[in-house]
Write a protein that binds this ligand. Structure first.
Ligand SMILES: [Zn+2]
Length: 72
């Protein structure tokens, strides 16, 4: 009977370890590139967009040239 108990304990321990490792590895969503990309707000409409896609003028960011024109 103790052998069975040991087997169950070993199985539970393995399952718990496997679960632990999986939850550790589970957040692969963020790539370093995405995290490095800075997000900025359009100074005119407040739209949130990556800095690389924003139009920059005078230290302010705009979502498009139209909003840069309207704000300026
Ligand atoms: Zn805008």
């Amino acid at each position: 009977m103790s052998k069975l108990l040991l087997l169950i304990l070993a199985f539970v321990a393995l399952w718990w370890l496997a679960k632990g490792f999986r939850s550790k590895d589970s957040p692969p969503g963020r790539t370093p590139d995405a995290a490095a990309e800075q997000m900025v707000n359009c100074a005119h409409c407040g739209l949130y967009l990556p800095q690389s896609e924003a139009v920059c003028e005078g230290g302010r960011y705009y979502c498009c040239a139209e909003h840069r024109r309207l704000a300026g």
